[in-house]
Design a protein around this ligand. Structure first.
Ligand SMILES: C[S@@+](CC[C@H](N)C(=O)[O-])C[C@H]1O[C@@H](n2cnc3c(N)ncnc32)[C@H](O)[C@@H]1O
Length: 263
């Protein structure tokens, strides 16, 4: 399964392409800052806008520790590090992403504060209570075994620490069309209802606190105001983006953030 998930996300020359896009957008690739990257390095609905809303809920202070599970190319990890002063460890199962995350972090000068390593969220290679907080941003859709995932997140978080999950969750029955941004085929997609997360969290010793629906953010994300039109598809957009957009528009899935406190 993970091989197929990894090949879904695999990309070569990620950093070169990203630096190219940044230059085209008017940024100086030789003087890169975390603030320049927000539109390019966060792979979840709402990108930097969503991370900015979520960061304060982590309750982190200078030199606290955070683990970001399924960190992608490290956008959320770098942003949370800058926003809170925490030391961040990102783990991900896609080698290309870990390589790009490490290089981008070096380029913005955060190499000491933010580290990455290849590992799975269902087998986190750290000891119990090692971190002050744990985050998971748009990764649960790739993981079938939510109980093991939540139990692992709880295990590595200290008592009293925060666990944040921000995923696309199922809010109604209805068939999803594939490819989706997180999976090329239905058999590799594990979009679940919020109740599944809540049950797994309770069994893992996590008490729910805040809840934020990002439904409005998603509507703007998939249909930016200048692009509002009666057309059902927008030429040039990848099919996986269009399929996710339709699933949000028809009310089958929605991005939801849940915060928990480790008992
Ligand atoms: C949609 S991306 C989100 C990346 C990042 N969290 C962000 O918001 O920018 C999903 C990520 O989850 C990773 N992933 C999927 N299953 C995983 C697992 N079992 N353990 C760790 N990472 C996983 C993928 O490699 C990919 O980088």
């Amino acid at each position: 399964m993970s091989e197929t998930m990894q090949s879904h996300y695999a990309r070569t020359d990620l950093v070169e392409k990203l630096l190219d896009d940044l230059a085209k957008a008017g940024h100086d690739p030789k003087a890169l800052q975390v603030t320049d990257l927000g539109e390019f390095d966060e792979f979840h609905v709402g990108k930097r806008e969503a991370s900015t809303r979520l960061a304060p809920l982590l309750d982190l202070k200078q030199d606290d520790t955070l683990i970001d599970i399924g960190c992608g190319i490290g956008g959320p990890a770098r942003f949370f590090a800058e926003a809170t002063g925490a030391r961040v460890t990102g783990i991900d199962l896609t080698p290309d992403f870990i390589e790009a995350a490490t290089e981008l972090t070096r380029l913005v000068g955060l190499g000491e504060q933010v580290r990455f390593q290849l590992a799975s969220g269902t087998e986190i290679p750290f000891e119990d209570a090692r971190f002050d907080a744990a985050t998971l941003m748009h990764v649960g859709m790739n993981i079938e075994d939510k109980q093991t995932l939540l139990s692992e997140m709880a295990r590595v978080t200290r008592p009293g620490g925060r666990v944040l999950i921000y995923d696309l969750m199922r809010i109604a029955d209805g068939e999803l069309s594939f490819p989706m941004p997180w999976a090329s085929f239905a058999r590799f997609s594990f979009v679940d209802r919020e109740a599944v997360y809540l049950e797994a969290a309770a069994a893992a010793g996590l008490t729910p606190t805040e809840r934020i629906s990002f439904h409005e953010t998603a509507r703007r994300f998939f249909d930016p105001p200048q692009e509002n039109s009666p057309r059902s598809t927008t030429p040039g957009r990848p099919q996986r983006f269009e399929n996710a957009r339709q699933a949000v528009r028809t009310g089958i899935i929605s991005p939801i953030a849940r915060v928990f406190t480790r008992q």
